[in-house]
Design a protein around this ligand. Structure first.
Ligand code: DC
Length: 221
């Protein structure tokens, strides 16, 4: 099986790039952030402090999380319910970011992520795919984009989903999550040593074109 890792901060455009490349290559796009978001949603719904390791560990015992691919699109199930439409709010982002710093949460999701990569050719996006989850991935990218373009992208997505939020609110909560994600002790969002930097501040077509070239040089299909 082939695997391509795309790590980087939120709003860099990982999901869009991974979707397009997965479609072209016939790979499955695994969005690992959606799995952390599913746990975040459970904690939010049950009013559990996402930084309380003991309380969160207890919750994980009551929770089943399944991931399925229907027409190549990822769906996440929380205790049997398809929660895919409910995990993209700003509140869930905060819960996901805070709880993702806890070891029990990362351990809970580690096998689920590795198992998909055993079953399918994958493009997996997240924060620690190239460093922890798939250290032997065939290609590793670390995607970035200017803070302003990331916040603008996230703001547009949230408005399209009907959330009422200002650009400034998105920017400040994004900066806080960036800090949580990149400075946490376990699996921080940092580039793998052998990753290829992918800057997505400009036109997305250029980013894709460059990624395509890198992939062609490393994978023969
Ligand atoms: O990519 P995203 O914004 O959907 O991710 C939501 C949160 O989950 C993010 O703040 C950090 C966390 N996350 C993580 O810690 N490791 C991953 N592989 C993916 C996401």
């Amino acid at each position: 099986m082939y695997s391509i890792a795309i790590d980087g901060p939120s709003g860099a455009g990982k999901s869009t790039v991974a979707d397009i490349l997965a479609e072209e290559l016939g790979f499955v796009h695994v969005d690992t952030g959606a799995m952390y978001r599913t746990i975040g949603l459970y904690l939010l719904r049950n009013q559990i402090d996402p930084s309380d390791e003991t309380a969160v560990s207890e919750c994980l015992k009551k929770l089943t999380l399944d991931v399925e691919y229907i027409d190549k699109k990822q769906h996440v199930y929380l205790n049997g319910e398809d929660v895919t439409p409910f995990i993209r709010t700003n509140e869930v982002s905060t819960y996901a970011s805070k709880s993702s710093a806890l070891k029990p949460v990362r351990d809970f999701l580690l096998d689920a992520q590795r198992n998909v990569a055993k079953k399918y050719n994958v493009i997996m996006d997240g924060r620690d795919i190239g460093t922890v989850i798939l250290p032997n991935a065939d290609v590793k990218f670390f995607m970035s984009a200017s803070t302003e373009s990331r916040a603008a992208r996230r703001h547009k997505e949230l408005l399209e989903k009907g959330e009422s939020i200002t650009y400034e609110e998105v920017l400040s909560s994004m900066l806080e999550r960036d800090k949580n994600d990149s400075t946490r002790k376990i699996a921080p969002a940092i580039p793998a040593e052998d990753s290829v930097p992918l800057d997505n501040s400009g036109a997305i077509e250029e980013t894709i074109e460059y990624a395509r070239k890198v992939i062609k040089g490393k994978i023969t299909l």
